[in-house]
Design a protein around this ligand. Structure first.
Ligand code: GUN
Length: 308
């Protein structure tokens, strides 16, 4: 029976470890402060941001949510970020993606001062990652590394395949795995023989945003499979096609009118993998926990308080 890698368990462990660090900062200086910028009204982003603010409240981290309208301009967002950069009591700034269409996202990301870049998206911090220097790491890949470490999944010398080459998951994920001495292949939508490449992986990370793309033939028996996908299926035909072998998922679709599926087929992975992350409850909870870790670390660095 495959081991389920529980992101919820690792999240709870990470948050437990953050608590005394937040307490120390409170006693020596002030609580860490996180500002979250949510522009427009993307429903998925609203849920993500709500979870981030809730985690701050539970830990005693000061949080602020800024909600400029869908019509916000690049210049207005740049002014907002600039004001947050200057505020002493704000240690972390997170600009939730996706931004409204008219906004130049890369200019906005570049405007966040690297010391407050708790997402690890600033090119300076990506350079630090690339060259193995300390600095904030993108939350999703960093969370996956925590998950692998805490379940004692070996990485050194293993063949890792990352499906997806995004700046926020695929590329930093590949780099982190390589720093831990995996032999890493990055695949993407133009890769020839995607299935064959994936099937060579001891550790397979699926982050292409394609519902249930990874079926049995992509998974080497005994592999560890990490599913970053979070796709809401609202079409009955698609649900029926993907879940012909998963009656509970089909029943969930009938109850709710939609169903959540990762980039990995939820039935095939149980049959082939030695360990895997479920959707939901796998990678998702880790991302929020790593944001808390990055915020605490930013505050410690800025206030000169060591993590003890
Ligand atoms: N949108 C989806 N994931 C993320 C994330 O990790 N950070 C930000 N800022 N936006 C996102």
């Amino acid at each position: 029976m495959a081991t389920i890698l529980s992101g919820a368990w690792v999240r709870d462990e990470l948050l437990k470890e953050c608590k005394p660090r937040v307490e120390r900062l409170r006693q020596r200086a002030r609580p860490p402060g996180l500002a979250v910028v949510l522009a427009g009204n993307d429903p998925a982003s609203e849920i993500y941001v709500r979870n981030k603010v809730k985690a701050c409240q539970e830990l005693g981290i000061h949080s602020e949510k800024l909600t400029p309208p869908e019509s916000v301009t690049t210049e207005e967002l740049l002014r907002l970020v600039d004001a947050l950069n200057r505020r002493e009591e704000i240690d972390g700034i997170l600009v939730q993606a996706p931004l409204p269409r008219q906004v130049d996202g890369s200019r906005v990301l570049l405007a966040v001062t690297p010391e407050k870049d708790v997402d690890g998206f600033h090119p300076l911090n990506l350079g630090r990652l690339m060259t193995g220097r300390p600095g904030p790491r993108a939350c999703t890949p960093a969370g996956i590394m925590e998950l692998l470490a805490r379940y004692e999944i070996p990485i050194k010398g293993q063949r890792a395949v990352v499906l997806g080459r995004s700046d926020i998951v695929g590329k930093p994920m590949a780099m982190l795995l390589m720093h831990q001495h995996a032999t890493v292949t990055i695949c993407h939508s133009r890769t020839r023989n995607l299935e064959e490449e994936a099937a060579r992986a001891d550790i397979l990370v699926a982050a292409m945003g394609r519902p249930a793309l990874v079926t049995a033939g992509f998974i080497k028996p005994g592999a560890t499979v990490i599913d970053v996908g979070m796709n809401r299926i609202a079409s009955r035909e698609e649900a029926a096609r993907i879940f012909s072998s998963a009656p509970q998922k089909l029943a969930a679709f009938e109850r709710n009118g939609s169903v959540l599926v990762g980039d990995v087929h939820p039935v095939d992975v149980v049959e082939r993998a030695a360990a895997y992350t479920p959707v939901p409850g796998g990678v998702g909870p880790m991302t929020v926990a790593m944001l808390m870790v990055n915020t605490v670390e930013a505050a410690e660095r800025r206030l000169g308080v060591c993590s003890g």
